[in-house]
Design a protein around this ligand. Structure first.
Ligand code: RIB
Ligand code: CA
Length: 308
């Protein structure tokens, strides 16, 4: 499996990338980086730290620093001001390429037609631009897996029905959802169903691997946010890790539904909402396989492997 990962690292992005790097038979060809959790300068820096930590050879391509039409709040309150828990000093060894992410998304697919899987774990700005550069893009990628949305309106941003990746650039999501004939979707609601305990995470982190050491350092702010926002029974949630698990091991998807998913664009409280035709009333063909249940034991095993 050869992956291109479009990402706004981000603590859960880091875990997803570690899972892919550790998965037997999986090769990360590139990270195309977008602004989102925090600004592009920081998401690029964090991508570099990941490349250093993993001693990986994937290329890093700089993408868009803001959405096509607006730039709402970021997620620094969850991930830290630098997106990695505000614990790392200086700059990574690994530097990004000169080529823009949108151009790289097109070129890599044209050079490897039908060979690459595209996983998006941030706002979809880069992918929307790549579609404008090359409308045949969906024919050139083998699969598209998207982390995004809240399929019954239980979101995680100020527009309560929307999820961060879609809300950060609804126009980009609209372009991708309406022009990519069929993709796989792991949403925020599935993420909340597939949480894991801090105790399990701490056990996995005892591996002492470079990945475990980095993740242990950068996840402090996220753990603090979760513990403060859900003091009763705080558990870790990692949206991008779930999308990556679905990418790496589709056979471990226990329940899914194929439906048409659209994106709310109008200003106001539905902007960024993912509107699912659950009762198939629009007559529009399904454009997404929506993850509903993943084998939790396999999900946790994939995370453990990523931290090993
Ligand atoms: O809503 C969760 C998504 O937003 C994840 O991709 C997380 O990294 C943030 O970007
Ligand atoms: Ca992300």
């Amino acid at each position: 499996m050869r992956l291109v990962i479009d990402t706004d690292p981000g603590v859960d992005d880091a875990l997803a990338i570690m899972m892919a790097h550790a998965f037997p038979g999986c090769r990360i060809e590139a990270l195309t980086v977008v602004g989102g959790n925090v600004g592009l300068d920081m998401t690029l820096r964090n991508a570099g730290f990941l490349k250093d930590t993993l001693a990986a050879d994937f290329a890093i391509y700089p993408g868009c620093g803001r959405g096509l039409c607006w730039q709402p709040e970021n997620a620094a309150f969850v991930h830290g001001e630098d997106g990695f828990g505000d614990v790392l000093e200086g700059q990574p060894e690994a530097a990004p390429e000169q080529e823009h992410a949108a151009s790289a998304l097109v070129r890599l697919a044209q050079e490897n037609p039908g060979e690459l899987t595209l996983v998006t774990i941030g706002p979809l700005t880069n992918v929307a631009l790549a579609l404008r550069l090359e409308p045949r893009l969906p024919e050139l990628y083998q699969r598209l897996v998207v982390m995004g949305g809240a399929v019954t309106g239980r979101g995680n941003v100020s527009n309560i029905s929307a999820e961060f990746n879609i809300y950060t650039d609804p126009e980009a999501a609209h372009i991708v959802f309406s022009e990519w004939p069929f993709f796989e979707l792991a949403d925020w609601e599935a993420t909340m169903v597939h949480q894991f305990t801090f105790a399990a995470l701490d056990e996995w982190l005892t591996s002492g691997s470079p990945s475990a050491q980095l993740y242990a350092r950068i996840c402090g702010q996220v753990r603090k946010f979760v513990a403060e926002s859900e003091p009763q029974d705080p558990k870790m949630r990692a949206a991008d890790a779930l999308a990556m698990a679905m990418t790496l091991e589709p056979a471990s998807v226990l329940e899914s539904a194929e439906r048409h998913v659209a994106v709310g664009l109008a200003p106001g409280m539905t902007r960024g909402m993912t509107v699912v035709d659950w009762n198939k009333r629009t007559g529009r063909p399904a454009n997404a396989r929506i993850l509903q249940r993943f084998d939790q034991a396999r999900f946790e095993a994939l995370i453990r492997q990523g931290l090993s």
